[in-house]
Write a protein that binds this ligand. Structure first.
Ligand SMILES: [Zn+2]
Length: 444
């Protein structure tokens, strides 16, 4: 039974009485209501009786007891806070969660329908980073999400903040049973084919589809094969997503290219201006990653890609639009006005394991993550800042923001110390030892 306005339900752990104020929406599993709790308004998701199984209740209890994923990424999950029951209807139950500010947080389809402005490119990088960071923290906490889809993602297009809702299908990776397998468009091919159940590895496929949708506004397998299907039924979806998935931009398999039709133009336009590092990750996800789940792009890979793109944004001198530089771009044309954009020289940081490049521009920072990508907690700490030489404003230098000296040389055997607070001049012959086995040089 659904609840009526004015009904009183009870939260199990807190014992609080909650008065139903308003119906907010209805999904496939239940109805969401705004309720008045002693310390303000909250939301109750109330299950349909058919969905209110003992397994579902046990799953929600486990989420309430274990709590949301740890870390900053965990804070973005709109996590179940308590089980809710009604003395008038013991055949079902619900759970309590915080209210979402829907004036700020929107779904992608609200943006595609032009009800909200599009996020700018730096914010799109931030949204994407935050999504990957959240699923990284979820997986590190031993959970798998199992139903990653656009319908569960809300973001603030102006700030890039993200919320992930509908967490009632989250489970313990490779332990708990799942009532649902996911949303077909986002499900990994092996789950569609019935060979595997949802796990962190299949979440990685869903995450790649989600990110592709965010950037391309299109599904990675919706090409000529989907276009030619007359009846969009279960066998059709099984074919497109499960038994014959082919990436629309697969460099080797051209069997599922975009048809020359108006509904497919946006994807082509957006792909053309997609930075190479991102194209490469999508291509890996939807070619090798389909056949070899172990080689899927990880949450950490996505985080590195989006933070690097965010670092390396460039403003077009002609129209002011923000463009994204990534390694592999040697000539740059503004995506908005086609004008050529000069690419500044780059600081290339090598730590023996990873290599990252940062455009040289006054005010940009080198961060801990450039030097030691594994130091998650301190990754956003700046260790260096690009500054202008006060005595020669045509010269830029990298100021040492650490507490230890760096060692610099300029193409000869002469080594000089760069003490904390001082700067190393950034010129083509510079070789900078940043400590911890990391070095920096200039690429032009
Ligand atoms: Zn431009």
């Amino acid at each position: 039974m659904s609840l009526k306005l004015g009904d009183v339900v009870r939260a199990r752990v807190s014992g609080n009485e909650l008065t139903v104020k308003k119906k907010l929406g209805e999904g496939t599993q239940g109805v969401a209501y705004l309720v008045e709790a002693p310390d303000g308004q909250e939301v109750v998701k109330w299950y349909f009786r058919t969905q209110a199984t003992a397994d579902q209740r046990e799953a929600i209890e486990r989420l309430v007891n274990r709590g949301k994923p740890r870390g900053g990424g965990g804070e973005r999950f709109v996590w179940p806070k308590d089980i809710v029951t009604s003395s008038g209807d013991t055949a079902t139950f619900g759970y309590l969660m915080p209210v979402i500010d829907t004036s700020r947080f929107v779904e992608l389809n609200a943006i595609q329908a032009k009800r909200h402005p599009q996020p700018n490119i730096p914010e799109l990088c931030r949204i994407s980073y935050n999504i990957a960071d959240s699923f990284s923290d979820l997986h590190l906490s031993g959970y798998c999400y199992r139903d990653i889809s656009l319908g569960n993602l809300l973001f603030d297009p102006r700030t890039g903040e993200v919320l992930i809702c509908d967490n009632d299908n989250v489970g313990i990776d490779r332990q708990s049973e799942s009532a649902i397998l996911g949303t077909p468009e986002f499900m990994a091919p092996e789950v569609i084919r019935g060979e595997e159940t949802p796990s962190t590895i299949t979440d990685q496929h869903s995450l790649a589809v989600l990110l592709f949708n965010l950037w391309m506004w299109h599904h990675p397998f919706h090409g000529i094969k989907e276009y030619q299907i007359r009846s969009w039924d279960i066998p059709a979806k099984t074919k497109i997503y499960g038994t014959e998935p082919v990436f629309i931009f697969d460099p080797e398999d051209a069997s599922n290219r975009l048809p020359d039709e108006p509904g497919y133009i946006t994807a082509l336009k957006r792909w053309k201006i997609c930075p190479p590092s991102l194209k490469k990750a999508f291509t890996t996800s939807f070619t090798r990653g389909l056949r070899e789940p172990g080689s899927r792009v990880t949450e950490g890979n996505w985080k590195a890609i989006f933070s690097s793109l965010h670092d390396n944004r460039l403003k077009c001198g002609g129209c002011g639009a923000i463009n994204l530089w990534s390694e592999g771009i040697h000539m740059m044309q503004c995506w908005n006005c086609d004008e050529g954009i000069a690419i500044p020289m780059r600081i290339v940081i090598n730590n023996g394991m990873t290599r990252s490049a940062l455009l040289v521009d006054e005010g940009r920072n080198v961060f801990v993550r450039h030097v030691r990508p594994t130091e998650e907690q301190r990754s956003k700490e700046p260790i260096g800042e690009i500054v202008r030489n006060p005595n020669d404003p045509s010269m830029l230098g990298l100021r040492n923001l650490t507490e230890l000296p760096w060692i610099v040389s300029f193409g000869d055997d002469v080594q000089k110390e760069v003490p904390p607070g001082r700067s190393a001049p950034l010129n083509r012959s510079m070789q900078l030892n940043l400590g911890s086995g990391a070095s920096a040089s200039i690429e032009h």
